[in-house]
Design a protein around this ligand. Structure first.
Ligand code: AKG
Ligand code: FE2
Length: 291
């Protein structure tokens, strides 16, 4: 990225253009090598803890086939070294990341959650082609409507940062703003998803990332991951919504932000960024129904 103001503005415009056109953008070298390495070390340690004891439940996080975990910023993973929590939170509020997220959303980015994708220990498999909309609206007509209304463009971004080299994500460029073609539908939804791991998705594009590179994709477009035991995967995913489209659910329900010391180790700018998250969702996680 260029550092002068004008260059930076025009590259952000290109990002925003590509995002609305293709539903995804790759940002090479989004994070410096030292930050990426630090986050990789923390992710490794957090994953080890999660396998043994998931901070949210006190139970083992997942078996050998697991491929993702959420909420790496839960304080339970950082009791022995609070500096690791500050590093994760500072990563989420990294100025360059917020600049990219703001350019894509064309709005103030609101924090949503942290996730880690990793290779399983057993059961290699290619992921299911999907649109995340199919999880929110099992009714196909509702889903069609969301996509026809613009695929939620500008509402949410999933920013995946490779902590080790990765070409595990595939997308179908442009699919975020239109319904499936017959061939796509036959893979994604037909026959109750029997063909949804097909390698023959037309127009599929595999995204190649080096450590510190990122891909942001619109989860309403067609996409999938890959989970092979022999391909090391450590991808940190930071999710943001547009501040005007908040969504309260498992991902944004993070009552630990109310702990008095939770933001103690971070800069004023990082604290300011998360204060908007707490303002938005705190009233909901403080009501008994959100448990
Ligand atoms: O990166 C992956 O493995 C899949 C991610 C995905 O489908 C999602 O976060 O919506
Ligand atoms: Fe997805």
């Amino acid at each position: 990225m260029t550092t002068d103001a004008q260059g930076s503005v025009s590259s952000d415009q290109t990002l925003a253009h590509d995002w609305s056109q293709h539903g995804y953008v790759v940002v090479p070298k989004l994070l410096p090598a030292s930050t990426t390495q630090r986050l990789r070390d923390i992710a490794e340690d957090t994953l080890g803890q999660w396998r043994h004891c998931r901070a949210e439940t006190g139970e083992p996080g997942g078996g050998d086939e697991a491929t993702s975990m959420r909420h790496l910023n839960h304080p339970g993973y950082h009791r022995s070294d609070p500096a690791t929590l500050a590093a994760v939170l500072s990563g989420c509020a990294h100025p360059r990341i917020l600049q990219v997220a703001g350019a894509l959303l064309e709005d103030e980015p609101l924090f949503r959650c942290t996730s880690l994708f990793f290779n399983p220990v057993s059961n290699s498999r290619d992921g299911n082609w999907h649109r995340d909309s199919q999880f929110h609206c099992p009714d196909e007509d509702d889903e069609r409507k969301i996509i026809a209304d613009g695929g939620g463009v500008g509402r949410s971004i999933q920013l995946q940062i490779a902590l080790v080299p990765s070409d595990d994500v595939e997308v179908v460029p442009g699919s975020h703003v239109r319904w499936d073609t017959d061939a796509e539908y036959a893979i994604r939804r037909a026959d109750e998803g029997r063909n949804n791991t097909s390698p023959d998705m037309p127009g599929a594009k595999r995204v190649d990332l080096e450590p510190g590179d990122a891909v942001a994709f619109n989860p309403m477009g067609l996409h999938r991951g890959r989970y092979h035991t022999d391909r090391l995967r450590r991808t940190l995913m930071l999710t943001y919504t547009s501040a005007s489209h908040p969504r309260f659910d498992y991902f944004s329900n993070q009552p630990w932000f109310d702990d008095i010391d939770y933001l103690a180790g971070v800069s004023d700018a990082t604290r300011g960024f998360f204060s908007r998250f707490v303002e938005q969702y705190g009233p909901q996680w403080r009501t008994p129904e959100s448990d």
